[in-house]
Design a protein around this ligand. Structure first.
Ligand SMILES: [Zn+2]
Length: 142
């Protein structure tokens, strides 16, 4: 059996996509980015620094404004999906109110998801500085 610490650590770390879904820190994939799970009242509370590796999540002032653009893409995709699904289910071509209601409901229901995952996508895939560092995974804080 090989006793290489680096290989062992790397194989133990979850994949990039799973870490992103779980809202883990993009650098160490160990610390949580948010204080609570997605479906909780604390789900909007975000740590300023990774509780595990100390990475500062808001790397510069206004950094998270960029997440609004990601969120916008999410909302458009969700509204289109919701309205197409409504059309397929009801075949309604007359009532704009039906589609308006569906669109607003979808936007409100998906808001916590959009808020959280727009930031996750921004940090994981749109910020090259936040590279995963396998040496930080799972190790205790200094
Ligand atoms: Zn971290």
């Amino acid at each position: 059996m090989e006793n290489n610490a680096t290989n062992k650590t790397e194989s133990a770390a979850p994949g990039e996509f799973k870490s992103a879904v779980d809202g883990k820190c993009p650098r160490c994939r160990t610390g949580n980015m948010f204080e609570g799970p997605l479906l909780s009242f604390k789900s909007k509370k975000m740590y300023t620094h990774c509780p595990h590796c100390g990475l500062k999540f808001e790397k510069e002032p206004g950094y998270f404004y960029v997440a609004m653009y990601v969120s916008y893409v999410f909302v458009v995709a969700e509204l289109v999906t919701a309205c197409v699904a409504t059309y397929i289910l009801t075949r309604n071509m007359e009532s704009p109110w039906l589609y308006l209601t569906v669109a607003i409901t979808a936007a409100v229901v998906m808001a916590p998801f959009n808020y959280r995952y727009s930031r996750v996508v921004l940090m994981y895939w749109l910020t090259p500085q936040f590279r995963y560092r396998p040496d930080l995974y799972g190790k205790p804080k200094k």
